[in-house]
Design a protein around this ligand. Sequence first.
Ligand code: PYL
Length: 273
Amino acid sequence: MTRLTGNDIKDVSQDLQKLEDELIRLTGRKIKNIACEAVGMWEHAINPEAFNVAVVPVTSGLGVISRFTESVRDICNWLGMNAHVTKTTDVQGFAEAITEKADMILMADDNEFIAYNTEEMRYSDNSSCTAKGYIAALNAAAGSILGKEVLVVGAGRVGTKACQFLLAKGSKVAVTDIDLEKARKVAEIHKGTRVIEDVEEAIRNADYIINASPAHIDTGNIKEGAVISSPGVPHTFDKEAYNKAVIIHDPLVIGAATMIMQSAYYSYKGCRR
Ligand code: PYL
C-alpha cells in the first residue's frame, strides 16, 4: 500500500463537500451511502451521533503524516459522529481514548490503519474497506457490475481484496500487475480470477476498472466510456482521461468512511426486542 504524503491529503477536510457533490454526480450516492452499501448495511441501522470517536496519532516508523488524524477526525464527523484527535500519541493516546470511554478508536502505523470498536472488541481494516468502498462506487457508477468483467489493476493488498470481494458479489474478475507473479498468486488464491499478462492490453479492453496501483495509466490506453474506480495513490489521470472515462478517486475518504461504518456496524444488534 502506498504511503500517503501530507501533500496528498492537505485538502481532504476542506474538500469533503466537493467530493460528496462529485460522488452524487457520478454515482447518485453520498459518501455515507457508498460506505453503507459497501458494508451491506442499512444507513439507519446505527445512530452515528451515539459514537464518540478517538483518533490517535501514531509516531512509529516514518512518523505522523501532516493532517492525517485531523482528516480522519473530519471524515468521522462528516458521517455524523463525534470525533476528536487525542492529546497524546501512540500507546499513551490509546490509553487516553480508553480512559475517556471512546466507542471507537482509529489509528494507523505504516502497515495498518484500523477502526477499533471498543464495545464489540472488533476492528475493521483500511485495505479491505478501501476495496469494498471502491467496488460499491464502481457498482453505483456503472449501474451494476453483476455478471460483468471488472479489471483489477494492481495485485497488492487492496487489489487482492478487490478480486475476492468482486468474485463474491458475482462479477467476473481479471487481474493484472507489472509483477506477473503477484497477479498469478491472486488467481491461485481466488479461483475464477483471470490473469492478463499485458497490463496495457488489459486496460485497453476494460469497461470497468478498479485501479489499485500507484503506476500511471496512459490516457491513450483508456477505453472510451470506461468506468474507473481508483483508490490508487499517486493519482495521475489527466483532464483528457476524465473526458474519456468516469473516474472516481479520493486519497483517503471512501476507504476511511467505509472502515468507520464497518466498525460502527459491529454494534448493530438487529431489531431491538
Ligand atoms: C491509510 C493510508 C491509505 C493509503 N496508504 C495508507 C497510509 O499512508 N498509511 C500510513 C499512515 C500513517 C499515519 C501516521 C499518523 O499520522 O498517525 N502514523
